[in-house]
Design a binder for this molecule. Structure first.
Ligand code: AMP
Length: 500
């Protein structure tokens, strides 16, 4: 145990991405629609964005990528230089080391099979093994992102098993992937067999859309949500419409990231048939039942704690109020490299309205505690503002383990719950009481079964093995089994123009 947490200000990140993807097929303003979609998905990635289009007369892919926020990268002029009826886009939120323009997605490749572009949300756990193998065979990578291995695998000679080259490639990658791909005649959406990350289908003016989250369809005039891409499903969209292929053995135990509901997705999105704000409100209700407290006010930490605080207030009957005011012009503080910068970031982001909390017993509801910096600063602010008691309630269990499938958490030694006991955390935060929602309550709030979810960051049970050595062995064994997992060529003759 380390009561002086956090012990160190340095932290090492594995290269990982939290991302959003979007795609359009069959719209005269494909790039513009993709721009709107990425705008709505901005919360999934703020470091870089890119759009690749195809479908105008010369059939050459055109793309634009940049660092920063979507409206900083694309303007009317930029978009007018991206003509075409099909498009894929990507927003990326990576770790500091890999935040470069070269790593901005979608990644475009020109191989003997034609042009291909890919946008990836998720994290491949065996990318390093595959990359080593591909490099040993002479492949030259142009980025350091795991997603590029998918393109290299697709450029490899076919194994003549009769399976599409995309399926051959997907049989080799392991981990989390929701993908949008652009070929010369199609767009393709893919979700890994466990369905770690979301991906859904929409339509507008007869054109097809793919998006990480349904909230993107709400802001495109006339667009409507059609359905989620299912775990293990590949949807191929061309001029004949949408075809679905399920080449992989269906899994009993799925792995949808429950943290999408807790924090990551937008509250106005519907994921796997359930609205995110409704799940968060249920989490707040569960929390109030599990950790009741006598208090005068329930205050959310905006925006992440808003709906859970509402649920807590509704269930407990304690009035709900907004005492924190958020400065919307400050970016995420989470990845600032030094503890000092992070603490400043935490302060500048939220101010407190003293008059609303003075002499009150307050319950502060937030979605999660990662390092503890935010919660500790909130308690201090509230005490300085004259609050009599401060009770912290968190709408998920303690984060004890890293995520290997695409949510960026710090090294475990900087996860407060990995280092300190419950009592030590409460003491560190200087809170009068601390209550975390337990795993059962969190799952109940979704209305679904536990076996639908990945909860590895809470319980350390990783649904896809992450040990690199083991990975290699498992991968080699899988190779021999791959043939039985992949679909017959007749089933998808046009995947990548039927050239493959
Ligand atoms: P901390 O100060 O490290 O405890 O940060 C906790 C806050 O970060 C919570 O209020 C969450 O809303 C937010 N948060 C949780 N997970 C992440 C993540 N992976 N990336 C960015 N922010 C996060």
């Amino acid at each position: 145990m380390n009561p002086s947490f956090p012990a160190s200000t340095s932290f090492q990140h594995r290269p990982k991405d939290e991302c959003g993807v979007f795609a359009v097929f069959g719209h005269p303003h494909a790039a513009e629609i993709t721009f709107f979609g990425l705008y709505a998905l901005q919360h999934r990635g703020q470091e870089s964005a890119g759009i690749v289009v195809n479908g105008d007369k010369d059939r050459k892919f055109k793309s634009h990528h940049g660092m920063g926020l979507v409206p900083q990268i694309f303007n009317e002029h930029q978009l007018s230089k991206l003509p075409g009826t099909r498009s894929i886009g990507h927003v990326r939120y990576s770790t500091t080391g890999s935040s470069t323009l070269e790593n901005a997605q979608p990644i475009v490749a020109d191989c003997s099979r034609g042009q291909i572009a890919v946008g990836h949300n998720g994290n491949l756990v065996n990318a390093h093994v595959l990359r080593d193998e591909l490099e040993a065979e002479g492949a030259i990578f142009k980025t350091t992102v795991d997603s590029e291995v998918i393109l290299h695998l697709m450029a490899q000679p076919s194994n003549n098993s009769g399976d599409s080259i995309l399926v051959q490639a997907l049989c080799k990658v392991k981990g989390a992937f929701s993908l949008v791909l652009l070929s010369e005649r199609e767009i393709i959406g893919v979700r890994d067999s466990l369905g770690f990350r979301p991906l859904c289908i929409g339509q507008v003016d007869g054109a097809w859309l793919l998006s990480s989250e349904s909230c993107a369809f709400d802001i495109i005039p006339g667009a409507k949500f059609v359905r989620d891409v299912e775990p293990g499903e590949i949807v191929i969209i061309d001029e004949n419409g949408l075809r679905s292929i399920k080449p992989f053995v269906p899994k009993e135990r799925l792995g949808f990231c429950i943290f999408e509901y807790v924090y990551f997705a937008r509250p106005d999105s519907t994921l796997e048939g359930i609205n995110v704000s409704a799940v968060r409100t249920n989490m707040g209700r569960e929390l109030a039942r599990q950790h009741p407290v006598e208090a005068d006010l329930v205050i959310p930490v905006p925006d992440s704690g808003n709906y859970a605080a509402l649920g807590f207030s509704e269930e407990s009957g304690i009035p709900y109020d907004h005492a924190f005011v958020r400065n919307h012009y400050v970016g995420r503080t989470f990845l600032n490299p030094s503890q000092l910068a992070r603490e400043f970031g935490v302060k500048v982001k939220l101010n407190i309205i003293k008059e609303r909390v003075k002499d009150k017993r307050v319950v502060v509801v937030d979605d999660s505690i990662v390092r503890g910096t935010t919660a500790r600063a909130r308690v201090m602010n509230l005490r300085n503002a004259g609050a009599k008691e401060v009770h912290i309630r968190i709408s998920c269990p303690p984060h004890r383990f890293p995520c290997h499938y695409g949510i960026d958490f710090p090294d475990p030694k900087h996860l407060i719950a990995n280092q300190l006991s419950h009592q030590e955390i409460a003491k560190y935060l200087e809170a009068d009481s601390l209550g975390y929602l337990d795993a059962e309550g969190m799952v109940r709030a979704t209305g679904r079964d536990e076996n639908k979810f990945c909860m590895a960051c809470f319980n350390g049970k990783y649904p896809v093995a992450v040990n690199p050595e083991l990975e290699k062995l498992v991968f080699e064994r899988r190779q021999t089994r791959a043939e039985s997992l992949i679909f017959a060529e007749e089933a998808a003759p046009r995947l990548f123009n039927g050239k493959i």
